[in-house]
Design a protein around this ligand. Structure first.
Ligand code: NDP
Length: 248
């Protein structure tokens, strides 16, 4: 079997669970050396063990993407250890749903800090490396919530809309350096994302909504990422919007 990503280095944020974890396994299975980032080191160690068992290569990095110094340190570490960064998957995120009126504004700060600032810090730190290589691919995970706003999701919508806008501006600034940019917009995916919602009412409503459909699996999004990053160099897959068949 041909490994499509042999000799490539992929940096994946938010790899300790859900979409990031599945993407790390899939990219490693295609031959990439995956640098996997999250705050929960124990979960990363477990992931590394599974990648190694399958014959893959992986480097764990415990870091908080909301902290720019930690982001710079993590990117420097990957460059020093692995020599290059071909693929960046900006996946780390939280979805702290709730009405605007009466919201705990700490939830807003966390979403903006992780979903927007974390993604931008990581991109900013990786870009000079990709420019020097004259080669790279940045995959940003937005959401259907980056395309459709809903009551109870306002600030999450802000962050994911921001990811879409940032991705398009980044594409226009980067294509001359052979850096491709893909934004992926999943609908509902069965992960632990909803477990972190702090507003009990919003959590209950989201749970009820999810009961009414068969969500996507993390592997479905990992497959979309693999599709985008394994296209020939001339192909820049700009955007992939994926809903579960039963989602409105
Ligand atoms: P999970 O909660 O399973 O995964 C989120 C990941 O982000 C975890 O690995 C978590 O690791 C990491 N993370 C959170 N905060 C930070 C931080 N400050 N620094 C570093 N890593 C962090 O959810 P999903 O897999 O579902 O979410 C992945 C992405 O997909 C998110 O951007 C989400 O918005 C997006 N998405 C998800 C959808 C869904 O329905 N599940 C739909 C559309 C988009 P740790 O806590 O160990 O740091």
């Amino acid at each position: 079997m041909v490994n499509l990503l042999q000799d490539k280095v992929a940096l994946i944020t938010g790899a300790s669970s859900g979409i990031g974890e599945a993407s790390a396994l899939s990219l490693a299975a295609e031959g990439a050396y995956v640098a996997v980032v999250a705050r929960r080191g124990d979960r990363l160690q477990d992931l590394i063990r599974r990648i190694h068992e399958r014959g893959g290569r992986a480097l764990p990095i415990v870091a908080d993407v909301a902290d720019e110094q930690q982001v710079v340190a993590m990117v420097t570490h990957v460059k020093n250890k692995l020599g290059r960064i071909d693929i960046l998957v900006n996946n780390a995120g939280v979805m702290l749903l709730g009405q605007i009126d009466g919201a705990n504004t700490e939830d807003w700060r966390r979403m903006v800090a992780i979903n927007v600032m974390g993604l931008m810090y990581t991109t900013h730190a990786v870009l000079p490396i990709m420019k020097e290589q004259n080669h790279g691919h940045i995959v940003n995970i937005s959401s259907v919530a980056g395309r459709v706003a809903r009551a109870g999701s306002g600030v999450y919508n802000v962050t994911k809309w921001g990811v879409v806008a940032f991705s398009e501006a980044l594409r226009q600034e980067s294509y001359k350096n052979n850096i491709r940019v893909t934004v992926i917009e999943p609908g509902a995916v069965a992960t632990e994302l909803t477990d972190h919602i702090t507003d009990e009412n919003a959590k209950k409503q989201q749970g009820e909504w999810l009961q009414g459909l068969t969500p996507l699996e993390s592997e479905d999004i990992a497959a979309a990422i693999v599709y985008a990053v394994t296209q020939p160099e001339r192909v820049n897959v700009n955007e992939i919007l994926i809903r579960p068949t039963g989602q409105d």
